[in-house]
Design a protein around this ligand. Structure first.
Ligand SMILES: Nc1ncnc2c1ncn2[C@@H]1O[C@H](COP(=O)(O)OP(=O)(O)OP(=O)(O)O)[C@@H](O)[C@H]1O
Ligand SMILES: [Mg+2]
Length: 338
């Protein structure tokens, strides 16, 4: 039997047949040299993140603490993944530039952007007294005093981005929902209706900008409950109504996985939702469906840490199935599942 002919790989219709050649990431020494050749008096220090698509270092620039982010592309290693273009660097920097002087939305100051080596130099949020929300969650210390600010800042970001001129992105709406919705699709293999309805909404509402990556790994908070957002490389022109449920799905996920107490998670979600609502209305049905889709997406721990055990994974799956099977499409009822 010709297995090549009969095995149907999982591919998105927008997936390119051939990927561009991908240069390997510059290592620490070469990156430091490349930046010095650009005229910067810079020394790279410890790695804040190293991986396939980006390396982030703390650094010293003229005696000041900064962060250097170098981005590369990534060729998919399994058929459910997408090609990740190093030009996500340009998207990240474009969004940072659009927000530099905005008083309602805090992002790090962008000090230098070097597109030809896909590297940026930014203000170091750690040295400004900020901590990553994700780490606070893992310390069982969800920053409840940041809930309203996060809700308000997401609302303001959505409103502000409607004034932006369209810029090129590396991930289209269909790529984004395809990747994030795959687990929902596989959860209802015989109809796929649940996924397909959301795909249509996400793709058709593409007049404005959407940032699905607003999870606790991309949000900084300080003691006062002030908030800063990072990491916009995989944002796109798609349904903005996904941004808030995408964020709050992670509060649900870490609650169900045992890092956040149920009452605290509910309080965070209620505060965040009501602050957002003062700025932008919420379609509760769509909110609940998008949120449950993201919970399915993370149910096996995809792209996040902390979801490791059978108990945690089953709790996430149970939540997702309950929302869709029992049509729990009101936020208050959704909270009863925690
Ligand atoms: N301006 C900054 N100040 C302090 N730390 C930063 C800053 N930017 C990035 N970092 C650190 O580097 C990590 C990775 O940064 P970022 O999220 O922008 O890159 P990424 O390649 O998208 O990473 P990931 O895949 O982990 O989301 C952050 O979680 C944070 O710890
Ligand atoms: Mg990130």
């Amino acid at each position: 039997m010709d297995d090549k002919k009969y095995i149907q790989s999982v591919v998105s219709s927008s997936r390119p047949k051939k990927y561009p050649q991908n240069k390997i990431l510059l290592d620490k020494k070469n990156l430091e040299k490349a930046l010095q050749l650009k005229g910067l008096k810079i020394q790279l220090k410890e790695s804040l993140k190293g991986g396939f698509i980006s390396q982030v270092y703390s650094a010293n620039l003229d005696g000041k603490d900064v962060v250097v982010k170098h981005t590369s592309g990534s060729i998919p290693s399994d058929p459910t993944e997408m090609y990740l273009d190093k030009k996500s660097h340009n998207v990240d920097c474009q969004v940072l530039k659009n927000l530099q002087s905005n008083h309602k939305i805090k992002v790090p100051k962008l000090l230098y952007d070097f597109p030809n080596i896909t590297t940026s130099v930014m203000e170091n949020l750690y040295s400004q007294g900020f901590k990553l929300m994700q780490n606070k969650i893992f310390d069982k210390n969800l920053p409840i005093n940041a809930a309203e600010r996060v809700g308000r800042m997401i609302g303001n970001l959505i409103i502000e981005s409607r004034t932006w001129k369209k810029f090129s992105v590396v991930q289209t709406a269909i790529m984004s929902i395809y990747e994030r919705g795959l687990e929902l699709r596989q959860s209802y293999p015989n109809s796929q209706k649940e996924y397909l309805e959301l795909e249509k909404k996400y793709v058709e509402n593409n007049k404005f900008w959407s940032w699905p990556d607003c999870h606790p790994k991309n949000i900084f908070v300080n003691k006062k409950g002030e908030v800063a957002f990072i990491d916009f490389g995989y944002s796109q022109w798609g349904d903005q109504r996904f941004v808030l449920p995408s964020h709050l799905a992670h509060i649900v996920i870490y609650c169900l996985a045992g890092y956040i107490g149920s009452d605290l998670a509910k309080e965070y979600i209620e505060k965040c939702v009501s602050a957002y609502r003062e700025i932008e209305p919420i379609d509760e049905l769509l909110f609940c469906q998008y949120l449950a889709m993201e919970v399915f997406h993370r149910a096996n721990g995809k792209w996040i840490t902390g979801i490791d055990t059978k108990k945690q994974k089953l709790a996430l799956l149970k939540f997702g199935y309950t929302v869709f099977d029992e049509k729990i499409y009101i936020i208050n009822k959704l909270l009863n599942l925690l």
